[in-house]
Design a protein around this ligand. Structure first.
Ligand code: KG4
Ligand code: ZN
Length: 397
């Protein structure tokens, strides 16, 4: 069975609804709330809830309209129940319950991080369905990849605004977190450090863009001093030199930490401001973006390599908002190649940021793995018992 699912995700500041058949995304509507929250420099939960409430009906309608299917044709309604902002999650959950009751469909609860983990499976809509019906060539479909090509275990690496974790995937639906951040997340560090540079909200993608433009003008190296690992960046022209620590490089485990990097970066920025006697000039902003990005990604490179050596996965699945970074993909692909491992990542930015398509894909892959009647987290009635779980972790039953 290739399920047809409508999924809703309102875990943070995107009101997203998507219709997916198997892994083929028929529609993925995600109006962003960034402009609301930018003036506050971060997501304000009460505003996020209000915006979700105002938009959800239209977003559901639009997702159905763009998909070209009807509510009656759906097999399942799926919804994110966590992790995320409690009062934001509730809006999506209530809407999903309402739809499941109205159209008599089963309701499946999904962990937002499982969505990010499986987001590299999401495929763009095939050419017109009518054309598909007449096309007798065999379709390369997901079943072959899911069931015969993938050799488990696989490693997942999830890098977002709130999470930085390495997941051991025993099979679809069976996950074990083997490394995670002990404090802040990588994406959050990008946003906070970008803010220190005056780059607005969310600053992460701007830091990434500055680093991309300027990387070729810097020489990067790494060395150990006492028990710390340090990244050094030298501007090839001005010869200015910068240093930042690589957090937990020698911790021996697979965990991450980003709070020390934020503190060290603040000191580095303050020092530049002092030396420049006032505001940062453009050249320094570029230099700082390059060294920050290198120091933020280095622990991910180190820990992923360690995990690959230990678990020898056939594939690595990258997901989460920071997986939009071409540089992160390049660095991780380099490591994967050394170990003959495939790196998979979402094919579009629409699947890296928070989106409901990845939630529908997660629902469908689970159903395809064990059947709709055996799938955990499927409710055919008793919808009242479904509740949000803001601190839900992968591997929690
Ligand atoms: O997964 P996501 O949309 O939201 C969470 O669930 O947290 O991730 C958003 C994060 C933000 O912190 C944003 O700054 C970061 O992803 N981000 C990037 C890039 N694009 C988005 N960080 C680094 N490089 C990028 N190109
Ligand atoms: Zn997310």
């Amino acid at each position: 069975m290739i399920p047809l699912t409508l999924a809703i995700d309102t875990s943070c500041d995107e009101t997203s609804v998507s219709v997916v058949r198997g892994v083929e995304v028929l529609s993925n509507v995600l109006p962003s709330q960034v402009e609301f929250h930018a003036q506050y420099g971060g997501v304000v939960p009460s505003l996020a809830r209000l915006a979700h409430q105002q938009r959800i009906d239209n977003v559901v309608k639009e997702a159905i309209r763009r998909s070209g299917v009807t509510f009656e044709q759906l097999d399942v309604i799926a919804v994110t129940i966590g992790p995320g902002l409690a009062i934001a999650l509730e809006v999506g959950i209530n809407k999903a319950k309402e739809l499941a009751e109205q159209y008599k469909k089963p309701l499946m609860t999904i962990n937002h991080m499982e969505g990010h983990l499986l987001s590299s499976f999401a495929e763009r809509r095939k050419k017109e369905n009518s054309q598909m019906i007449n096309d007798k060539r065999p379709r390369k479909n997901i079943e072959s990849r899911t069931y015969s090509l993938i050799q488990f275990p696989v490693l997942g690496i999830l890098v977002s605004g709130k999470h930085t974790e390495i997941v051991l995937v025993h099979k679809i639906g069976k996950y074990e977190i083997i490394g995670e951040t002990v404090d802040d997340a990588c994406g959050e560090a990008f946003d906070k450090c970008g803010r220190m540079l005056g780059l607005g909200y969310p600053a992460g993608p701007v830091v990434a863009e500055f680093a991309k433009q300027h990387r070729k003008n810097m020489t990067l190296s790494q060395f150990n001093r006492h028990k710390s690992t340090i990244i050094e960046a030298i501007n090839k022209k001005s010869k200015r030199k910068y240093e930042l620590p690589v957090a937990m490089a020698q911790s021996g485990d697979l965990n991450f930490s980003y709070s020390g990097l934020k503190t060290a970066f603040k000191q580095l920025v303050d020092l530049q401001i002092k030396n420049n006697i006032g505001n940062l000039d453009k050249g320094t902003l570029y230099d700082l973006s390059v060294i920050f990005e290198a120091a933020a990604f280095k622990p991910i490179e180190i820990k992923l390599e360690k995990a690959i050596q230990k678990y020898r996965p056939s594939e690595v699945w990258l997901g989460g908002g920071v997986s939009a970074s071409a540089q992160l993909r390049l660095l991780l692909r380099r490591i994967c190649r050394q170990y003959n491992t495939d790196l998979r990542f979402p094919i579009s930015k629409k699947f890296t940021t928070d989106n409901a398509a990845m939630i529908a894909v997660a629902a469908n892959l689970n159903i395809m793995e064990i059947g709709i009647n055996n799938s955990k987290n499927i409710y055919k009635n008793n919808f009242e018992s479904i509740d949000r779980d803001p601190t839900l972790q992968l591997g929690d039953e």
